[in-house]
Design a protein around this ligand. Structure first.
Ligand code: SAM
Ligand code: CA
Length: 244
């Protein structure tokens, strides 16, 4: 964070800097070489619309969108879930990766933002795969668990919502995802704050959720029911493969 780059400036001083890579130039290189040239037109359009929205910091980055899209194809995911939709960039990356009869249960407390992206998703011809549920996700998971037929029914879940609930989601999702299925927790490096000294300059919301992210990372590493892989993509994403 406080390291100087080749140009001698200290742009990484404040915790909350977007790129976790050595330099912004390296991140730009990835985007311009491998991501933007292959980004589907609809995702580009949604990314540009979202960039104009005041909360655009929340969106999934284009490189992570590409990663999710590839991952879903690699595991042949069909029945999926997303907790935390915002304008739908990761949702669209998911919808484009699934087969025509694939499904995404998408949940967010805010429908308005989802509706910003919805016309683009519709135009891309993938809206029929999405079942959007407005409201907090936790009660929906509890309700689903009550019905045995939902147990082990999901191939993939992307969790990108209220970080203070990730542990609660994890308890429930382990019942809902099939053995061999994947739960991906987003923002597990929390803008690099997971290694910041307590007195480091940090935005308020970064500081608030930091302890929850630290607890989650410890809990996932100690959980014998999953295999894990924490990747420095986007703001850090931890893949959990259910093994029992
Ligand atoms: N995946 C999104 C994307 O690619 O743009 C970004 C999601 S954004 C980081 C987090 C979202 O979680 C917000 O849209 C917020 O409304 C939603 N959220 C917060 N608390 C929630 C809850 N309890 N249940 C469902 N969604 C919630
Ligand atoms: Ca995120």
């Amino acid at each position: 964070m406080a390291s100087e780059n080749q140009n001698g400036d200290r742009r990484h001083q404040e915790v909350g800097h977007k790129s976790l890579l050595q330099s912004d130039a390296l991140y730009q290189y990835i985007l311009e070489t491998s991501v933007y040239p292959r980004e589907p037109e609809a995702m580009k359009e949604l990314r540009e619309i979202t960039a104009k929205h005041p909360w655009n910091l929340m969106t999934t980055s284009a490189d992570e969108g590409q990663f999710l899209n590839m991952l879903l194809k690699l595991i042949n995911a069909k029945n999926t879930m997303e907790i935390g939709v915002y304008t739908g960039y990761s949702l669209l990356a998911t919808a484009l990766a699934l087969p025509d009869d694939g499904k995404i249960l998408a949940m967010d407390i805010n429908r308005e933002n989802y509706e910003i992206g919805l016309p683009v998703i519709q135009k891309a011809g993938v809206a029929h795969k999405i079942d959007f549920h407005e409201g907090p996700a936790l009660p929906v998971l509890d309700q689903m668990i009550e019905d045995e037929k939902n147990h082990g029914s999901f191939d993939f879940v992307f969790v990108d919502a209220d970080k203070d609930n990730y542990i609660n989601y994890h308890k429930r999702l382990l019942e809902l995802v099939r053995v061999g299925g994947v739960i991906a927790y987003d923002n597990t490096l929390w803008s690099g704050s997971v290694v910041a000294p307590p007195d480091a300059p940090m935005r308020k919301y970064i500081r608030y959720y930091r302890d929850f992210v630290l607890e989650l990372n410890k809990a996932l590493a100690a959980d014998p029911r999953i295999e894990i892989c924490q990747l420095p993509v986007g703001d850090g994403v931890t893949l959990c493969r259910r093994i029992k």
